[in-house]
Design a protein around this ligand. Structure first.
Ligand SMILES: CC(C)(COP(=O)(O)OP(=O)(O)OC[C@H]1O[C@@H](n2cnc3c(N)ncnc32)[C@H](O)[C@@H]1OP(=O)(O)O)[C@@H](O)C(=O)NCCC(=O)NCCS
Length: 146
């Protein structure tokens, strides 16, 4: 991987890193995908575990969260950084967090365009497509083996 593509993923807390995480999610969900602010900021961030990807140049470029009930969500990578493995690294870190917390499975609401991304990590779709925040989704589940 070229240096310009280098990044690292670490765990984050909303209280300490919330401003950085919110900046990424605002760019991806609120501005790019037109998700209403009221749906994006749902009050669950303080109680959730978060991960953040930071470039070797110090730019915060991706994030995701794990809700207390084991659901993963708010997976977001800034557009210029997509397709370089950042989302996969974030998802692996969140799955590891879910496993550590003792969850037997993780579920998520996958935007339909991203089904194959989650399939690559072992998730399988459940049920019918539905609309959330104006965007088509499927529920997906990954069983965690120990
Ligand atoms: C979905 C998202 C988090 C993936 O992050 P990423 O850094 O682009 O993903 P990666 O580079 O780790 O992996 C991409 C892999 O998934 C596959 N893929 C399938 N559908 C994809 C999609 N819609 N977006 C990205 N990758 C997709 C790619 O082909 C690629 O496969 P490869 O590893 O064999 O080349 C990112 O595209 C994003 O932030 N999208 C906008 C916000 C969004 O839709 N979030 C998901 C909400 S459910």
């Amino acid at each position: 991987m070229a240096d310009q593509d280098a990044f690292a993923v670490r765990r984050a807390e909303w209280t300490a890193d919330g401003a950085l995480l919110a900046e990424i999610r605002r760019a991806v969900f609120v501005i790019e995908q037109q998700v209403p602010e009221a749906e994006e900021w749902d009050g669950m961030d303080v109680a959730s575990g978060h991960v953040i990807a930071i470039s070797s140049g110090g730019v915060a470029l991706g994030t995701g969260r794990l809700l207390p009930d084991g659901r993963i969500g708010r997976m977001a990578v800034l557009k210029p950084w997509r397709g370089r493995g950042v989302g996969s690294a974030l998802l692996r870190a969140l799955i590891a967090m879910a496993r550590e917390q003792g969850h037997a499975q993780t579920r998520l609401h996958a935007q339909t365009h991203a089904l194959d991304f989650y399939r690559k990590h072992g998730y399988a779709p459940l049920g019918e497509e539905f609309i959330e925040a104006g965007i088509p989704h499927y529920e997906m589940r990954l069983t965690l083996t120990r």
